[in-house]
Design a protein around this ligand. Structure first.
Ligand SMILES: [Zn+2]
Length: 95
């Protein structure tokens, strides 16, 4: 009997969201809207996670490109310095 009374009381509760009476706490329309809201939140979370990973990978690729460019610049500079050193040695040995 207590269970029946509790169930009856539950059925009589109005909708938490729109106040529709005797909706067992949540009417079908609001239950459906909550499911859609939940799906939208899930989709937002998935999209945000995708954006974070994409941004991290883009940043890593940019850093690698900058590292490679910096390395090429350093190699070119070293090459010029070695050429100048060779030239200076040749001048020194010719003198
Ligand atoms: Zn409702």
């Amino acid at each position: 009997m207590a269970a029946e009374a509790a169930e009856e009381a539950r059925q009589l509760r109005s909708c938490e969201d729109c106040g529709l009476p005797e909706a067992a706490g949540l009417c079908p329309a609001c239950a459906s809207r909550r499911r859609v809201d939940g799906l939208v939140r899930d989709a937002d979370a998935v999209y945000a996670a995708y954006r974070r990973r994409h941004n991290r990978r883009t940043k890593e690729a940019a850093e690698q490109a900058a590292d490679a460019a910096g390395l090429r610049t350093a190699e070119a500079l070293l090459g010029r310095l070695l050429d100048q050193l060779d030239a200076a040695r040749r001048r020194a040995s010719a003198a």
